[in-house]
Design a protein around this ligand. Structure first.
Ligand code: ADP
Length: 172
């Protein structure tokens, strides 16, 4: 029987405990899981794509059936190149479902051979987003190191704090 390959694409800027949970659960469901870090020229990410890739490779080093690649262009093209039959997505909220549903329909018309499979976020991670984490790191400074443990894998904390460190400025 052909191997079941899934592609899990996103920005992962940076990877969170929510993403990690989806990858670990996905790795049990599929023979191979290929994480795709999307390079979007219109976005200004905190971490360069190769930095995100290095971090994710560290986080998933213990999972032999997970690989991490970067891609630009359409997710369906990335999935096809990876020879995936499934696109894996995580959903946190009802509003996520709305957006994901539209995207799944668009992807289905672009690539009818690909199925989108959704995993519900674990309730303890359903409030976590990369945007929230960047805000906590930026606002909280030193105190945020400890708080960040609840949101991101340990390997992400120091690189994240280094990225956001800048001198306090302004008087009001
Ligand atoms: P994008 O820019 O495509 O939204 P993200 O890196 O934010 O990329 O997310 C990639 C995928 O991971 C999406 O399917 C998203 O819904 C899912 N995801 C993001 N955060 C979580 C979370 N806390 N729990 C479960 N899934 C999540």
């Amino acid at each position: 029987m052909a191997a079941r390959v899934a592609a899990y694409a996103g920005s992962f800027d940076p990877v969170t405990l929510g993403h990690e949970d989806i990858v670990r659960r996905g790795a049990k469901l599929f023979d191979r899981l290929i994480v795709g870090i999307g390079i979007n020229p219109d976005k200004h990410p905190l971490f360069a794509a190769d930095e995100r890739q290095t971090l994710m490779r560290q986080v998933f080093a213990d999972l032999p059936n997970v690989s991490v690649e970067c891609f630009s262009g359409l997710t369906v093209d990335f999935a096809r190149e990876a020879e995936a039959s499934v696109m894996l997505r995580g959903v946190r909220t009802v509003s996520d479902i709305e957006a994901e549903f539209t995207m799944a329909l668009a992807n289905h018309s672009l690539a009818p051979e690909l199925e989108t499979v959704f995993l519900m976020a674990a309730d303890r991670y359903s409030h976590i987003s990369s945007t929230l984490i960047k805000q906590i790191a930026q606002m909280g400074r030193e105190a945020s190191r400890d708080q960040l443990k609840q949101f991101v894998p340990a390997a992400v904390i120091e690189p994240l704090m280094t990225k956001v460190q800048r001198p306090l400025s302004g008087t009001c």
